[in-house]
Design a protein around this ligand. Sequence first.
Ligand code: HEC
Ligand code: HEC
Length: 339
Amino acid sequence: MLTAQKARLTKILFAVQLTVMAAGVVATAGVLVKSRVDTLRRRHEDSIASADAPSACKGATGTLALLRAWLDGAELPLPVPGPQPPVDDAVRARGAALFARHCATCHGTHGGGDGPTAAMLIDRPATLSRGVYELRTTEHESLPTDRDLFRTITEGVHGTGMPPWFALPERDRWALVAHIKTLSKEFAEDEAPPPIEPRAPTPTPERVAHGAQLYGDGGCASCHGPSGRGDGPAASSLVCQSGEPVKPRDLRLGRFHRSTRLEDIYTTIVTGLDGTPMASFVKVMSPDDLWDVALYVQGLAPRFVERSDGLRCPQAPIARDPDEAIGLRMLMHSLQPTN
Ligand code: HEC
Ligand code: HEC
């Protein structure tokens, strides 16, 4: 980060420090009553909102402006990392230190998903020690690639507390990838299969109409609802492998795990979000069908305009997400210079 940005970040953060500390104390004391959480949440949001511009995507170039744009629903540019540096013990040790500083508050010291901040989130942090990953470009029930992990860390996960860590130097994000892989024995026993490489077709009205039909007949509507609002008949009874209840995303809201890029929606439908009820449909639908249903789903989501730098800005404001606000607060807190 540039020094000027850092200074600005520090200034804005100063005002909210106390809230964060208070939240930490309350969480550790184990006296989190729901109303208290709600109050804290509201305060968190207030302080971010007061430090905010009306349309965050406007002129969003610095770190802080990009983070605000993300909070307002913008989709971040795809990371284009250089070659992955070789992993040795020093890299893993650096990853472990970074994890303790930036990530353990949610994911827990050993990746058990049980850090002190976890209790404040509606969507619980991923249990990294289980080695089951939602966001992969690899087939159902397999491990993610290192690049998949790098992307998740860089871009965060919209609609959840997982904030985007693009402000960390690239080599630190790679070190975190190396460390995360030591948290679960799966990575020692197995390796990631080759990633899928989606090539989007040209959309036509016929393909979208066919997608709509598949969406209804193919079972999507039973969970995601006839109009994509996440209110299908099966929606209220869904649970993750961890036993946590989960709701199908409201596809009309525009806070997609990856993004509303067609290739990303297709990847979700093809690979499934492992550990959640969102299955892979690769054995159920033909490749053309999968693209058609992806086209239809993209049409349900709000419109985004992609800038030349790859930042995708929502055309109309998207409601803020309370988990995202908490995640961003934790990120800004832990990115502050310690000296
Ligand atoms: C404020 C809480 C919070 C912090 C801090 C945080 N995470 Fe997360 N993280 C989450 C949540 C919540 C999810 C689950 C997202 C979902 O449901 O898809 C998650 C998911 C993930 C995933 C897995 C996504 C998948 O494919 O299933 C990875 C990897 C990850 N985080 C890495 C990190 C790393 C590395 C850091 C530190 C640099 C970090 N997280 C910091 C909350 C947090
Ligand atoms: C059994 C219920 C169920 C069915 C059937 C189902 N989904 Fe899902 N889907 C979910 C759940 C639950 C999630 C969210 C998981 C989470 O939040 O971690 C989800 C997530 C998604 C996402 C991710 C949105 C984002 O945030 O990026 C897309 C896209 C999606 N589903 C499309 C489909 C399509 C298309 C079909 C039909 C081919 C379908 N789903 C069928 C339950 C279902």
